[in-house]
Ligand binder design. Sequence first.
Ligand SMILES: CC(C)(COP(=O)(O)OP(=O)(O)OC[C@H]1O[C@@H](n2cnc3c(N)ncnc32)[C@H](O)[C@@H]1OP(=O)(O)O)[C@@H](O)C(=O)NCCC(=O)NCCS
Length: 199
Amino acid sequence: MYEICPETPADESEVEGLYDLCFAPGRTALSSYRLRDGVPRVADLCLLLRAAGGTLMAAIRFWPAMVGDHPVLLLGPIAVHPTAQGEGLGGLLMRDSLTRARATGHDRVLLVGDAPYYGRFGFIRLDDVLMPPPTNPDRVLGLELRPGAWVGVSGPVLRAPVPKPSDPPAPDSTACTQVAHPKDPAHDRPQRPGPAPDH
Ligand SMILES: CC(C)(COP(=O)(O)OP(=O)(O)OC[C@H]1O[C@@H](n2cnc3c(N)ncnc32)[C@H](O)[C@@H]1OP(=O)(O)O)[C@@H](O)C(=O)NCCC(=O)NCCS
């Protein structure tokens, strides 16, 4: 079994280590990071997938951003430990986080990535949405969490306004999901809400 839980501040260095392992050096120099610098993440959608012993296997993060007056969720990075890639864990995290995003009232998601992978989750190219250069327009993809949510939403992607300093809300430690391995027949059984195990 695996557990998917929101990332907490205590997880930060472990998650950064996983991203460093999975991406080429200099990942934070990508233009999409300029939309993230200094902007708090969407805490309840930043999720970690851990194996039964607690080993971090995969992570996904989301940031708020704006296109015109419209708030968007900026998805990424997502990474799966190299020893477990291709086993469906990335798909688990994508689907779990998008379900949570829809349930918490978000309308639309944006990412920069490979259409052949993200297309399986419903992402399509956004012709009228411009990421900061240099970004290949073919890699600017969007998903509607509410029908029509991307209709009429166009223009450059901008940083979300930074909220006034305050204590960030603590991630809800009960918001964990127990999931079977995607290749396990138990995978399709009901999953959440699942109590967090005692550690
Ligand atoms: C991309 C990533 C998150 C996918 O997670 P995963 O657990 O390995 O993927 P899944 O097991 O859910 O899906 C595997 C399928 O996706 C396909 N796939 C994986 N990466 C792909 C890519 N970049 N482009 C196209 N297809 C891809 C595989 O070929 C496989 O296809 P199949 O189901 O037809 O056999 C993971 O491979 C990873 O961490 N890669 C390195 C970091 C990265 O590139 N992150 C994404 C950019 S933000």
